[in-house]
Design a protein around this ligand. Structure first.
Ligand code: UD1
Ligand code: CA
Length: 459
């Protein structure tokens, strides 16, 4: 049987108390919507239909091309939402998986198990359930002689039914055609005057269809309704990512203090130290040592490189390169093999060539530095004239003296020098020394003269 998926993302998320759509909140670097799409893809669906409503345009804009987006307006309940979701599918003579967009912890094994049980039992519906010590607020699974006969919402439940600890996760597998027929018979005759998807269960059972249930580990049933739950879910997702990496051969001094987004990659043999954040699509190669205190976003860290106490944003750190402590690599910073960017250095849109060094207190922007060059402490590429950015070029084996101001556009040749404290406004040819500072003048006996004047004034 082919699988289709309906993702429910129309709800308001009132308890998040934030303006944006709930489905677009992120956990471990992926939006809740993206997590649900990943879960959906675990069942190899022929089609995915996403139901949007509250902040629908935002949610729809972040859906991939391949999914069909349908709008539920007004939102009349989960049953109504699935009815709308079915209109986004071109065929419904399939198995239809229903996933809420706020349950990112559902494992791929659990969703596949749900489908397997559904097929094995020849069921019309199969419900994913969890057992909770405190089931309040959830729909309870009602069974007679072990067989599922219905789901009753907290608000509509009797005192006896409220004692049931097996609850509905809102993840289901249905026979598409039977689902559509049953939804047409659901009414809004309940405390909330909503069309409940859960009522479909009783309708199918009354028509003598089989309804099955699969109980999954409790934490998979944690939904995101509040920021506290979002934090809890994020921490569990990060724990899974770190555990997988540890098993693959990545070393972490303290895994609780390493924060890796789902889209980041770390090769076996890398070492991650505390308070390291690998965000977005950041990749870390084998032998690299990252941390403590590094935030790297969409950056590349090469083999055997070292990065500590630094911030990287869309930067590339070549193999064996050395960064920090206290460096800021901004977009387009491109450190080649063996390069060094040391303490209190900012680099933006610049190449630091192979084995070249910018060891201390410098700003390098819109520059190209060749190989084996050394940039003295407190050098600044003066790249901005208030209107436009200009380029600085530094050749191979150059020695830029400490506290050089390189007024761009300017070129320092191969093997060239600049004198410390120079303001360089003209190109320095290959092998030359550029000096741009006034000659020193000493005033002899100055201290003695000052002392005498002070004494005269006192008289
Ligand atoms: C629902 C279930 C309940 C289950 C619980 C698990 C019903 C009637 N109840 O309750 O049995 O224990 O989930 O979390 O289904 N949504 C729409 N359109 C709507 C209403 C909801 O798209 O008109 C979406 C929401 O965005 C959410 C999902 O459906 O993703 C669940 O809705 P929610 O309001 O959270 O249902 P609960 O009352 O929690
Ligand atoms: Ca809910």
């Amino acid at each position: 049987m082919r699988n289709s998926v309906i993702i429910l993302a129309a709800g308001k998320g009132t308890r998040m108390h934030t303006e944006g759509a709930k489905a677009l909140h992120t956990a471990a670097g992926r939006s809740l919507l993206d997590w649900s799409l990943h879960i959906a893809n675990a069942v190899d669906p022929v089609e995915i239909s996403v139901v949007v409503g509250h902040r629908g345009e935002q949610v729809s804009a972040s859906c991939p091309e391949a999914v069909s987006v349908v709008t539920q307006e007004p939102q009349l309940g989960t049953g109504h939402a699935v009815q709308v979701g079915l209109t986004g599918l071109s065929a419904i003579d399939t198995t239809v998986v229903v996933l809420p967009a706020d349950m990112p912890l559902i494992s791929h094994e659990s969703i596949r198990a749900l489908i397997a049980v559904h097929a094995a039992e020849n069921a019309a519906a199969t419900i994913m359930t969890v057992e909770l010590a405190d089931p309040s607020g959830y729909g309870r699974i009602v069974r007679i002689d072990g067989e599922v006969t219905g789901i009753v919402e907290e608000r509509d439940a009797t005192d006896d039914q409220r004692q049931i600890v097996e609850v509905n996760t809102s993840v289901y597998v249905f026979d598409g055609l039977l689902l559509q027929a049953a939804l047409a018979r659901v009414t809004n005759d309940n405390v909330q005057s909503e069309y409940y998807l859960t009522d479909v269960v009783e309708i199918l059972v009354s028509d003598r269809h089989t309804v099955a249930a699969v109980t999954v580990p409790t934490h998979e049933g944690i939904g995101v309704n509040t920021h506290a739950q979002l934090a809890e879910v994020s921490s569990i997702l990060r724990g899974r990512i770190n555990m997988d990496l540890l098993e693959s051969g990545v070393s972490m001094l303290d895994p609780m203090r390493v924060y890796i987004d789902a889209g980041a990659t770390v090769a076996p043999g890398a070492t991650l130290l505390p308070d390291t954040y690998l965000l977005g699509t950041t990749s870390v190669a084998s032998g690299a040592r990252v941390g403590p205190d590094v935030e790297a976003t969409d950056s590349v860290i090469g083999a055997d490189a070292t990065v500590k106490y630094s911030v990287l944003d869309r930067a590339t750190v070549g193999p064996r390169a050395n960064v920090g402590p206290y460096s800021h690599l901004r977009p387009g910073a491109d450190l080649r093999e063996g390069a060094k960017v040391g303490s209190y250095v900012e680099v933006k849109a610049s190449i630091v060539g192979k084995n070249s060094k910018v060891p201390h207190l410098s700003y390098i922007g819109d520059a190209e530095i060749g190989e084996d060059s050394n940039i003295g402490a407190a050098t600044v590429t003066v790249n901005y004239d208030g209107y436009k950015k200009h380029k600085t070029k530094i050749g191979d084996r150059a020695r830029v003296g400490s506290d050089t101001m390189l007024i761009a556009p300017v070129t320092i040749g191969d093997d060239a020098y600049t004198g410390a404290g120079s303001v360089i406004t003209h190109d320095v040819p290959d092998g030359a020394l550029g000096l741009g500072r006034s000659d020193q003048r000493n005033v002899e006996g100055y201290a003695e003269k000052r002392r005498r004047r002070a004494e005269e004034e006192a008289d």
